[in-house]
Design a protein around this ligand. Structure first.
Ligand code: HEC
Length: 140
């Protein structure tokens, strides 16, 4: 009877572990698809690291904000960075991607009234943002 209890305990622990892993796992394939659908219309995510409407996403993880070579950032973006310089880590990326306008008001990325009709309103789903960031980390 004792060994049966032990076996049940072990089984339950394994199930709880699996459920936790399933809930919090990052899904790189989803991340890639989300970036393809939501970002590459404005950003180059390849090694060529070209400036498009937005600066290149290649190497963005760990890069100091506002420092992509030759890219003309908006005044709103550079003001925010000058005030408080930072590196694109998980926290900053997640906040910017969740709601670009809340993170930097009037950045070129979130502006509806820019000369471009395209703008980005953000990804509200936290699991989706985790997957996007996991994929961005691979662009090195
Ligand atoms: C409608 C075009 C557009 C879309 C879509 C878009 N961005 Fe941007 N992004 C921009 C622009 C423009 C800038 C530069 C902002 C500025 O200068 O105000 C920018 C800036 C950035 C920066 C700052 C980089 C640096 O060099 O400091 C990051 C990070 C970023 N975008 C990530 C993303 C991600 C991830 C997605 C998709 C989830 C995305 N963007 C979708 C246009 C876009």
């Amino acid at each position: 009877m004792k060994s049966l209890n032990l076996l049940m305990g072990v089984l339950i622990a394994i199930l709880v572990g699996l459920a936790t892993w399933w809930t919090f796992r990052v899904n790189m394939e989803v991340g890639l698809r989300l970036v393809d659908n939501h970002c590459t219309v404005c950003h180059d995510d390849t090694k060529r690291a070209k400036n498009r409407k937005g600066p290149p996403l290649w190497g963005v993880y760990g890069r100091e904000a506002g420092t992509a070579e030759g890219y003309g950032y908006s005044a709103a973006f550079m003001d925010k960075v000058a005030e408080n310089p930072f590196v694109w880590d998980e926290g900053h990326l997640s906040a910017f991607i969740e709601d670009p306008n809340a993170f930097i008001s009037n950045s070129e990325m979130g502006q509806a009234e820019s000369e471009h009709t395209l703008y980005f309103t953000g990804i509200r789903n936290a699991a989706n943002r985790r997957d996007v960031i996991a994929y961005l980390k691979t662009l090195q």
